[in-house]
Design a protein around this ligand. Structure first.
Ligand SMILES: [Zn+2]
Length: 497
């Protein structure tokens, strides 16, 4: 039934008929059982032997449980080699209990392999990672085999899945990326209110204030309306992603500005980056047919938008990456907050009483991210080489570094931590140290240092990670909390010029 509908809608869009497409394990089961890692591996192995589109299968990482994490690459030429083509990376199921992203990615892979998206592939090279968290998938669990939340790990990069993803990203420097998830609309507080969110697909754009403003404007003005129309064409509903609890119990906002997730992590490298969240079922398999197809249509919308605007996006990404390489912007925000602009959010919901679509007006809505504290971007940072964890961290982020050779002319600042207060970070408390800046003579430095210049692609990430006052920096993680200790020098130094 769904297939018939999709076929007619797709024909309407002048896509080729999809009847030749290989069916996915989920479809084969009649939408009764979710795809296992083994079934996916078999399906992808078969897909990668098909002719027509150039398809290659690679393994980006191995999970803690020993399971391969494959990526499928699609190109009409040689993948990643044509500088005029836009490189798009779609990855799904960082959270193992969110199955529709994976099932949608497998459906999409079938369409790509079948040639149904060859028009888009004229100007795009597309990589799809359907299952970022196979250990979680196998036991229907959010976290990975190390009991870690992969989508909070993109800054510290402790988990093999993300270390592999980061390495893979740097291999091609993708222009566009999308991380696919699910949101859960069945919580008790919403049910008590008599409504729940009901959009098939939601999309979140970049929110971190240090990501390019042009990306954020372009995404809001062009991408979101495009995806909405595209989904509506297939009779799927859409809303912009607005997590947080029921209206007025707490403020509602667009997604976090933290840079530890897949969207903001790559967005901070001037990638045109999104998160897509489909609607979860009441359990993992509930309504999976609609959930998987709606997510797939959202992913196709991302590809079609990218293809339609490939020149403009390519240019935007290129110019923003040049700015980062030149050390722009001059100031980086390391403390932010969500603020109101006076607007009310008209949130589409379903009324549980009438089972009809409705709208809830949210007055306590904070769509704007404002800076609370900026730092001037230094020329670079000096990391003590004896701190193996930090040195390792620079490698996992593929940072350009060099051994620091002291020069008498260098101006070096160090922070003395005079005290540690705390600051509210989206309902949690994180450290807010007070610091005194002192000058250090290069010739008086003890020990060896690694120089990390800020004039590089990850320049903004480096500042947000390494400043002691950063509310989203390394020192807010348990592993690095010793970096900030009251009454001591912060061990990372700033080379100002
Ligand atoms: Zn998720």
């Amino acid at each position: 039934m769904f297939r018939v509908f999709l076929l007619s809608a797709i024909t309407l869009l002048s896509f080729p008929a999809l009847s030749q497409r290989l069916i996915t394990p989920l479809e084969y089961s009649g939408f009764t059982s979710l795809t296992t890692h083994k079934e996916m591996m078999n399906f992808l192995s078969y897909i990668s032997t098909l002719k027509g589109v150039n398809i290659s299968k690679n393994i980006i990482a191995v999970s803690p449980g020993g399971r391969d994490i494959p990526v499928l690459e699609f190109s009409l030429g040689e993948f990643g080699k044509d500088p005029d083509k836009l490189k798009v990376l779609l990855f799904a199921q960082q959270h193992g209990s969110e199955h529709s992203g994976k099932e949608a990615a497998l459906l999409l892979i079938g369409e790509l392999a079948n040639g149904a998206l060859n028009d888009a592939l004229q100007v795009l090279d597309v990589a799809v990672i359907p299952m970022m968290n196979p250990d979680g998938n196998e036991v229907d669990r959010r976290r990975n085999g190390n009991n870690a939340d992969l989508n909070r790990d993109h800054l510290i990069l402790e988990q093999p899945e993300n270390i592999g993803l980061q390495k893979y990203f740097y291999k091609y420097l993708f222009d566009v990326s999308m991380d696919v998830h699910e949101y859960y609309p069945y919580s008790e507080d919403w049910i008590a209110l008599g409504f729940r969110k009901n959009s098939d697909v939601t999309v979140g754009c970049l929110t971190n204030i240090n990501t390019p403003q042009k990306f954020r404007d372009y995404a809001n003005e062009e991408y979101l309306p495009f995806v909405k129309d595209y989904l509506n064409l297939f009779k799927f509903s859409f809303a912009e992603y607005t997590p947080a609890g029921i209206p007025e119990s707490e403020y509602m906002r667009y997604s976090t500005f933290d840079i530890n997730d897949g969207r903001q992590g790559f967005g901070s490298l001037a990638t045109f980056s999104f998160i897509q969240e489909g609607k979860n079922g009441e359990d993992s398999a509930d309504n999976i047919e609609r959930r998987a197809y709606s997510q797939m249509v959202g992913m196709i919308a991302c590809l079609q938008f990218s293809a339609k605007n490939h020149e403009e996006i390519k240019e935007l990404v290129k110019s923003e990456r040049i700015k980062l390489a030149e050390g722009e912007p001059e100031f980086v925000s390391v403390q932010m907050e969500h603020t109101s602009d006076g607007s009310t959010l008209e949130l589409p919901v379903i009324s549980l009483k009438t089972d009809r679509d409705s709208v809830v007006s949210v007055k306590n809505f904070r769509p704007v991210v404002s800076s609370l504290f900026n730092v001037r971007k230094p020329f670079g940072y000096l990391i003590p080489v004896e701190n193996k964890d930090l040195v390792e961290w620079t490698k996992k982020h593929h940072l350009e570094t060099s051994v620091y050779e002291p020069n008498a002319k260098d101006i070096i600042e160090s922070y003395y931590i005079t005290g540690i207060d705390s600051i509210d970070f989206e309902g949690d408390r994180v450290i807010n140290p007070s610091c005194k800046v002192e000058l250090v003579k290069p010739t008086e430095l003890k020990g060896n240092y690694l120089f990390v210049p800020t004039k590089q692609l990850a320049g903004n990430i480096i500042v947000q990670a390494l400043e002691p006052k950063s509310m989203i920096g390394l020192a807010t993680y348990k592993k690095y909390e010793n970096l900030v200790t009251a009454g001591t020098m912060f061990p990372i130094l700033r080379l100002v010029e």
